[in-house]
Design a protein around this ligand. Structure first.
Ligand code: HAM
Length: 431
């Protein structure tokens, strides 16, 4: 019986694993230099946790199951609810602001497609306990800091920024009743993925033609100020507050030197239900791919999970779209180094294998990456093996061993020296 991998999952052979580790290392380094500390949680939680606030789309994509005690559980589709739960548990003991990052493996029962799988890795950074827009800007900066480091420029990607507060206020001013807001967010979030007529017809069915027209005009606004042509702000109202937050955020991003990556785009809604303020997504300029990452402010989630009202903002970046984009841009070439060895130890005859094993163990104990040949094949075959494994030196245990010597061959220059085994093992780097 041939067992196939499950649809939407990946096998990481060493080559893919090397690439994956390179991506994850970059995420870690960017998090640490921006002041975030690592955390993690369990890979499954109570099903209910995702039903509280993540939104219908995520709930439909859950891998859920009953355990032997009939408890309803689900594999994590995101880590933000776990983060909220963990922070709530220790809220008084944790110094604020909390700046944490995580690199969870997540599962969503999505239809697998380009950039979307059923199992993926996601870099998360979150700042909890800081309500100023500076925290939103810092999350965006950290995201760009990483993307810029791997070689993506403003010609490749754009950070599209908007605000749930702005959207909610505009929708209410247009006349959308409160109870229709959440289902509407799900539809509006799909705008870019749907053909224009399908989106317009579905929107009209939900809110009527007049409101649909105004919503489409709002989502197409190019500047923050042009929103006032669609709905008017009144002094001190939520629209004015939302606009001010977006302007402050733009100002901070300018101070941080990343304005060229950022653009205001009221078409950004975000699929998850818990966002309350500034939201953003990073997209490739061509718009061929799904979002590289997304995030925003979620000031009510900790309270909704039974904790105090503590503000929070963050983002999640998957590894799939990122990898596709980096490959398309040629930014992965030469990045992934294959296995290298300091020493490859070659016994020239079967009876010398014992010595090869001892010498290799000695080198490893001293901290050198070393391997030995299991079989005493001809020397040229052994040297070929050594160069296939990118060994810097070959240590040949051959005829010279009778006199207590080994031959150390520099694989780059081809030069070789005969040296006493004891001396070599005492200080391998000397030779
Ligand atoms: P999200 O928009 O659901 O947000 O996912 C964020 C990113 O995760 C996406 O932009 C994409 O890169 C990746 N992603 C999502 N689903 C898949 C999939 N099926 N296959 C591959 N990659 C995927 C969240 O998850 C929020 N919890 C992020 C967040 C953290 N907001 C605040 N803090």
């Amino acid at each position: 019986m041939k067992i196939l991998p499950v649809k939407g999952t990946r096998d990481f052979y060493p080559e893919e694993m090397a690439l994956h580790n390179w991506i994850v290392d970059g995420w870690k380094k960017a998090s640490i230099r921006n002041g975030f500390e690592e955390y993690d949680g369990p890979i499954f939680e109570y099903l209910q946790m995702y039903q509280v606030k993540s939104g219908d789309e995520i709930v439909e994509q859950l891998f859920s199951f009953k355990d032997r005690g009939e408890r309803d559980l689900a594999i994590r589709p995101e880590i933000t609810p776990t983060l909220a739960r963990m922070v709530n548990q220790k809220i008084n003991a944790l110094p604020k602001p909390i700046k944490w990052f995580s690199l969870p493996r997540l599962c969503r029962a999505e239809r697998p497609q380009k950039g979307r799988l059923r199992e993926f890795f996601q870099w998360n950074i979150d700042i909890i306990g800081e309500d100023s827009v500076l925290a939103d800007a810092e999350v965006i900066f950290t995201t760009v800091d990483y993307l810029r480091e791997v070689g993506l420029t403003p010609k490749d990607i754009k950070v599209k920024i908007s605000s749930r507060k702005l959207l909610a206020t505009v929708l209410k001013k247009i006349g959308v009743p409160d109870e229709k807001l959440n289902p509407l967010y799900t539809l509006l979030d799909k705008k870019v993925k749907l053909p224009a007529e399908v989106f317009s017809t579905t929107l009209t069915e939900q809110v009527g033609g007049e409101m649909a027209g105004r919503i489409i005009a709002f989502m197409g606004s190019q500047t923050i100020t042009s929103i006032e042509n669609i709905v008017k702000a009144e002094a001190g109202d939520q629209l004015e507050v939302a606009i001010k937050e977006l302007e402050d955020c733009a100002c901070r991003l300018n101070q941080m030197g990343i304005s060229d990556y950022c653009v205001f785009d009221p078409g950004i809604v975000r699929g998850l239900a818990y966002y309350t303020g500034i939201v953003f997504e990073v997209h490739d300029i061509q718009g061929d791919l799904r979002a590289i990452c997304g995030g925003g402010r979620y000031d009510n989630l900790l309270r909704d999970f039974g904790g105090p009202a503590v503000s929070a903002t963050g983002m999640g970046m998957g590894d799939c779209v990122l990898e596709i984009l980096l490959r398309e841009k040629g930014l992965l070439d030469k990045k992934i180094t294959s296995r290298t060895l300091d020493y490859y130890v070659v016994p020239i005859a079967g009876e010398l294998l014992d010595e090869a094993v001892k010498l290799t163990a000695g080198l490893r104990t001293k901290g050198f990456k070393s391997a030995f040949s299991y079989k005493a094949a001809g020397l040229s075959k052994q040297l070929k093996n050594a160069s296939e494994q990118n060994a810097k030196f070959c240590v040949i245990i051959g005829d010279e061993f009778k006199a207590g010597n080994v031959v150390v061959k520099d694989m780059a220059s081809g030069q070789q020296k005969t040296v006493p085994l004891e001396d070599f093992l005492g200080n391998p780097e000397k030779f």
